[in-house]
Design a protein around this ligand. Structure first.
Ligand code: SAH
Ligand code: SF4
Ligand code: F3S
Length: 466
């Protein structure tokens, strides 16, 4: 029997890449590969790359420099190592990657992962193995399903891609070019996948897509389901304790999504809703097709349906032509909305996007200064939001053992990490926790209630708070 081949995969970028990496591992697992944590030991190393900002994209080449040395070392030991570049840099740069880094054997774009086994075989025969087409078939229909063991090993919270690609063409963004146009997976496939996950211990499902609320999937009866409708379908699956979705676009928030937040307790009251800027002029130049007041109205609709809802967002500072006045409009919007968290980035011109041709660049010092001001406002909002949890009782989904012995870590509805001294057989349960204090971004608390008996446990668990 030939020993299994070892696979090392490193993912950069967004949640879509995390999900894709798992599916590549599942697909190559069916071909006899097992995962290894060490790139140096691997027979195959896959870099699953991100092209969103220049820094992310350049990381790939420094990593490839290190891998070239590892590959030479393996060759000296008589081992062949293959190197594959997947993800959005693969899609954007294609054959250029091999020109710049000849150590690369395979280049595979995000829509072609189901062709990986064939591409690796081609590379093994010394043939070119570069695929950056957008094939007509849906890769998800061909990628292997995870084994039950793999699902259990990955924990109680899982991502499920429901939608891919983007047709919005914000002028700064590479995603429509690297992931292609919008497509939605059929409803039945998604429900099957969620069922299999929950049958194997998963309790929290995060539906993901570059533009997840543009979802319009075909249902078994031939009708089209929106994301809101899909949330109702998923909420009915036994074992689903929590449902999240990311990333939404403000223009695609429809009444079915708002209704799902109103009606379904398992849909978490925490929404990532990027706005990028608070200036209507900059939003126009970004081709966002909404103004600041449209965004505020969307937030108000969510809040009317779910008063305890909280938001996070993405912001770009220093978009070409952004003035101090534009930037202040962003700060004003942040002050009005009040965020629980947010990501903020300095604008990075990306080759091939319309904004890359805009001339009025904001200076590096101004960008740094604006980023700092924006982040300090967000930090103060986040700190106030976290502080407000102290003294309250919140539901926590317990995920895993913490570093401190005897302590578990879980997450609140708002994804705040919560650390609690508790036995590890409550992993996978949602239990009430009284929050006592805050340590940086993490809540510390105690269990306050009697846990429901765990299926299969010999005795019911009893926790007495206080
Ligand atoms: N599909 C998601 C995420 C897109 S990428 C969405 O539509 O929101 C995640 C974030 O990266 C974006 O929201 C944006 O804030 C940021 N981003 C995208 N392109 C960028 C660029 N060229 N420079 C700086 N930040 C960028
Ligand atoms: Fe990029 Fe805009 Fe599409 Fe988001 S909506 S992926 S920022 S083009
Ligand atoms: Fe990056 Fe591609 Fe995701 S560019 S953010 S990995 S869609």
């Amino acid at each position: 029997m030939t020993p299994p081949r070892k696979l090392h995969i490193k993912s950069y970028g967004c949640q879509m890449n995390v999900y894709d990496a798992q599916r590549m591992v599942d697909t190559l697992g069916a071909e006899g590969f097992v995962e290894t944590a060490e790139a140096g030991d691997a027979d195959l190393v896959i870099l699953n790359t991100c092209h969103i900002r220049e820094k992310a994209s350049e990381k790939v080449y420094s990593e490839l420099g290190r891998l070239r040395v590892a590959k030479e070392e393996a060759a000296r030991q008589g081992r062949a190592m293959q190197i594959a570049v997947a993800g959005c840099v693969a899609q954007a740069e294609g054959a250029e990657i091999v020109t710049r880094a000849p150590t690369v054997d395979v280049v595979v774009g995000p829509q072609s992962y189901h062709h990986l086994p064939e591409l690796l075989a081609r590379a093994g025969r010394g043939e070119p193995a570069i695929e950056t087409e957008f094939p007509a078939e849906d890769k998800f229909g061909f990628l292997a399903r995870p084994s039950r063991e793999a699902i259990r090993a990955r924990g109680v919270s899982a991502f499920v891609t429901v939608q891919e690609g983007c047709d919005k063409f914000c002028t700064f963004c590479v995603v429509p070019y690297t992931r292609g146009s919008e497509m939605s997976r059929p409803v039945a496939r998604i429900l099957d996948e969620v069922t299999r996950l929950t049958e194997n211990g998963v309790r929290e499902i995060t539906l993901i897509g570059q533009n997840v609320n543009a979802y319009h999937g075909e249902a078994p009866d031939g009708s089209t389901w929106t994301l809101g409708r899909l949330l109702y379908g998923i909420a009915e699956i036994p074992g689903v304790a929590r449902i999240r979705y990311s990333t939404s676009h403000p223009n695609d928030v429809d009444d079915s999504l708002i209704a799902a937040h109103r009606d379904l307790a398992s849909v978490m009251p925490f929404v990532h809703l990027p706005v990028q800027s608070g200036s209507d002029r900059i939003l126009g130049l970004m081709n966002r097709k909404h103004g600041a007041s449209d965004y505020r109205k969307v937030v108000d609709r969510f809040r009317a349906a779910r008063p305890d809802i909280a938001f996070s967002s993405d912001f770009i500072v220093g978009f070409p032509g952004e003035t101090e006045e534009d930037f202040r409009a962003t700060l004003a919007l942040i002050a009005q909305i009040g965020y629980a968290a947010a990501y903020s980035f300095k604008y990075s011109p990306r080759p091939g996007t319309p904004a890359a041709d805009m001339q009025e660049m904001v200076s590096a010092t101004e960008m740094d200064e604006r980023l700092e001001r924006l982040q300090s406002l967000i930090d103060s909002q986040q700190a106030a939001f976290n502080k407000a949890a102290i003294g309250t009782v919140v539901d926590v989904l317990f995920e895993r053992a913490a570093r401190k012995p005897g302590q578990l870590v879980g997450r609140t509805a708002y994804l705040q990490p919560a650390h609690v001294m508790a036995p590890d057989n409550i992993i996978g349960q949602v239990l009430p926790v009284r929050i006592d204090s805050l340590e940086r971004y993490s809540l510390l608390g105690e269990l306050v209630a009697t846990a429901a008996p765990v299926a299969g446990a010999a005795t019911p668990l009893v926790f007495i708070g206080g």
